[in-house]
Design a protein around this ligand. Sequence first.
Ligand code: NAP
Length: 521
Amino acid sequence: MSLDRLPNYLGGRWISGTGTPASLFDPVLGAALVQVDATGLDLKGGFRFAREQGGAALRALTYRQRAELLAAIAQVLQTHRDDYYEIALANSGTVKNDSAVDIDGAIYTVGTYAKLGATLPDAHFLRDGEPASLAKDAAFQSLHVQTPVAGLALFINAFNFPAWGLWEKAAPALLSGVPVVVKPATATAWLTQRMVKDVVDAGILPAGALSVVCGSAAGLLDALEPFDVLSFTGSAETAATIRAHAAVTRLSVRTNIEADSINSALLMPDTRAGDAAFDLFIKEVAREMTVKSGQKCTAIRRAFVPAALYDEVAAALRERLSKVVVGNPRDERVRMGALVSRAQLSAVREGLSHLQRHTTTLLDGNAAAIVDADPKLACCLGPTLLGVDTPEAVESNAAVHDIEVFGPVATLLPYADLPRGIAQVQRGQGSLVASLFGDDPEALARTAMALAPWHGRVHVVTPDVAAVQSGHGNVMPQSLHGGPGRAGGGEELGGLRALNFYHRRTAIQSGPSVLKKIQET
Ligand code: NAP
């Protein structure tokens, strides 16, 4: 039986590639599902259409009008939500709760930007601060304005969030008035393509405002022009290739990179086994290891504990993690589904065996029973807890701070005292998120600020916020996402801060009569 080939949407029309397609698979059953191919597309022509048609039409609207478009998109996505869950089940092998992180996270993010956009002026540009006087009196001034960038936004996305990865970027871009071209990771491109199709079919956006290219990334960066912006999410290796491309080095295409990250959680030194903070830490580390089978860029990879608690934490985590039922997400007993592909399973196994040479295995995911699936076919791996048993061994260990195993794997690391624990967290070379668990607000505040320069987000959990805290790994649209150094140096979300990336800031220098006219437009 021949498989459906998902068409690309570019230049305002649906168009299939002309080369050899790549197949997308069910990572649990092993069946091929659909195919994608971007060979032979007129990328330069399609990008020109997006800039000239889509960009012009979006910029003709005000922020509030574009916010209304986002509200309509959220409605359409909500209507088709069940289809998205089916695609995620088949193509990502995720249990319902894990699909929700991606799908409902996407819809919530679009809805949040629709609401934020409604608070913006009914205008075509944003004023940035008050005019500054450049002369003795106010006769000559500088007014800073932000206008939508004149090009398009190209998104090259990772496989793990085909829904949220599109909309966490597209919502602020479209609100800013910038047309979007998305290239999803091939392995899970289906869900992204379907969401774009549903929004295109609903006729919400002007022609050229939203395009999708599924398949190889070849030629995409060559089609960029100086006023375009590029947002990449994926591995540090691909990020390095992108940074070296002439679009970035010669044309100065503004680029945002979200790369890999060795995130941490730290249990504060004054904690005892059985304290509320201790239990919250165990719950969160176990949750982070298992949600989406650990395929979250924000997942906890290093769990730091006071040395005196190492054995008790290891025992509590082992007990909790060994209860996680792994296997076919169609089976109601199953709590953790599959890794996304055979390639990903191999990469995780390879990274894991490397890390195991530098650690002790406290719980071996390879030994977990795989429920309702053929272990030879299903890309499943049980939660795997590694450990390094003394603070001295942690300090002399480079691998645990450096190797990202993008699966259900974390390493337990003891520290001698808080300053040395903080120093070990900082060895992640820049991360998306660190979380702290304790109940002394003063010590937690000091520790959070000590970690801030190394992180995009510091998530502090005390017993009084246990019921309402948003989760170490959950990226909320109101809060910044991105991290310095190894994490890519990018910034996304953070409420209306996200709009900065899609705007050009300009200082208009003139007398009050001209500046007044500008502010009236
Ligand atoms: P990847 O292999 O780097 O792929 C990411 C994207 O880049 C895919 O769309 C891929 O297309 C494309 N690509 C591959 N080679 C390219 C090239 N030479 N030029 C331009 N694009 C190219 O990463 P992945 O395996 O999908 O994702 C896993 C990694 O992403 C992990 O390391 C994880 O930490 C990171 N991640 C980070 C975040 C974050 O927000 N910081 C979020 C999620 C994931 P194909 O699929 O067609 O190869």
